[in-house]
Design a protein around this ligand. Structure first.
Ligand code: SAH
Length: 395
């Protein structure tokens, strides 16, 4: 084992000493040899003390740390990481016949920066977010197969759009293992969802709302529900099972509306309580009659992908929540979320507070929600926390 070495500027080792897994390009003094994009490198402080081993890349994050030890990064290394992650998911009671959909690898949260792996029954959808993970894809697939054995049959690799431009061009989407007789039906708490990992957003389904959808189910009985930004209709199906009087699903994408209708039909054949509309959420809410709904879900896409647009994003959250709070029937419940990584819990709460204050209505927080345990947050990497949610009661 001999990896190329990167040396940091004096004092720039602090964040690595606190186990934060990123090295920014400005922290690097010089490299020995010329590491290529995606190559494994060792990082040293300015006094030549070893700090960490990681994947290097061109960009503001110059290294993603894989280990704080001096060790070889090979198939055995990946196996250990997968084993740890798989044991955690089994400890969480996932991978059950009624619940075969979960996240196995959540990047930094599972000490595998740059990698996402979602499980849909016998299929793993693996996504690289760094050139290093892309280069390691075959080794990763082989390690994964070995650790999960018969629990999986197919590994679909989907990284064309998640990698930096050049690497993305080489990252053809497709099966690395299996690919025959693949079932595209995922089970979440006994509900069935058609998942199209080849064409759908992210890995095909938003796995990260399972527990929050379960909570919604408990609030649904007898209510008129509006599921905004419905995508595949996750919240809508839980609301129907929970005994909602009616459920309206809205998404600006007609494909999403079709998927929602398909998933409702899959679980509730001949259902008459549900209707879906392809419309802009803001316009839909604005024209909605006050008191048409008494349970509203707001789960928009990330309004801010970068810190630069944070202010606009917060205004977006404020406006959206303001209209919902203003319109909802007295005694109504709002499940409101932000999945923007750059928006903190405090920012989001402030945006919802401002929204409430604008309406002057009596608003209580019933629950403060976050991402579930198969999306673990690395304590040294606060950026792995991204979902924030509030359940509000509006009198
Ligand atoms: N709540 C969903 C995930 C939402 S993803 C779930 O549980 O699976 C965000 C969705 O918002 C996408 O499907 C996207 O098409 C939709 N969207 C984006 N902008 C929108 C807008 N202005 N109005 C309505 N829908 C929008």
């Amino acid at each position: 084992m001999s990896y190329k070495k990167l040396y940091l500027n004096p004092g720039k080792e602090e964040s690595l000493k606190r186990f934060h897994p990123w090295v920014f390009s400005g922290a690097i003094h010089h490299a020995e040899g010329r590491p290529e994009e995606g190559e494994i490198v060792e990082i040293y402080d300015s006094r030549k003390n070893f700090l960490a081993t990681g994947h290097c890349q061109i960009g503001s994050i110059a290294v993603r740390v894989l280990s704080f030890k001096q060790e070889e990064i090979n198939e055995d290394f990946w196996k250990k990481r997968f084993e740890t992650a798989w044991t955690l998911r089994r400890n969480l009671g996932l991978n059950k016949p009624h619940n075969n959909t979960f996240r196995l690898i959540h990047g930094e949260g599972d000490n595998m920066p740059g990698l996402i792996a979602d499980i849909y029954g016998k299929t793993v959808v693996m996504q690289a977010h760094s050139p290093g993970m892309h280069l390691a894809r075959f080794e990763l697939a082989s390690a994964l197969k070995e650790i999960m054995g018969n629990s999986i049959e197919n590994i679909y690799y989907k990284s064309e759009s998640t990698l930096p431009f050049k690497a993305g061009l080489e990252a053809e989407n497709g099966y690395l293992t299996g690919g025959q007789n693949v079932s595209g039906i995922a089970l979440e708490n006994g509900l069935q969802f058609k998942v199209d990992w080849e064409k759908g957003q992210k890995t095909g389904f938003f796995i990260d709302q399972r527990d929050n959808r379960s909570l919604l189910e408990k609030y649904a009985e007898g209510r008129n529900v509006l599921n905004m930004f419905c995508y595949t209709g996750g919240f809508s199906c839980y609301a129907l099972r929970g005994g909602a009087k009616k459920v309206h699903s809205v998404d600006s994408s007609s494909k999403a509306v079709d998927l929602t209708n398909e998933n409702v039909a899959l679980n509730f054949p001949d259902e008459t309580r549900h209707q879906a509309f392809a419309e802009d959420a803001f316009k839909y809410l604005e024209k909605t009659d006050a008191s048409a709904y008494d349970l509203i879900i707001l789960d928009p896409p990330a309004f801010a992908k970068h810190r630069k647009v944070l202010k606009n994003a917060l205004q977006g959250y404020r406006k959206l929540n303001m209209i919902a709070i203003e319109k909802i029937r007295p005694g109504g419940i709002i499940f409101t979320f932000s999945c923007s990584q750059v928006v903190t819990k405090e920012d989001f709460r402030l945006a919802v507070f401002s929204a409430a204050a604008q309406t002057g209505r009596n608003v209580k927080i019933l629950h403060q929600l976050t991402q579930q345990a198969d999306h673990p947050i690395n304590i040294y990497h606060p950026e792995s926390e991204y979902i924030k949610g509030l359940v509000l009661r509006v009198e």
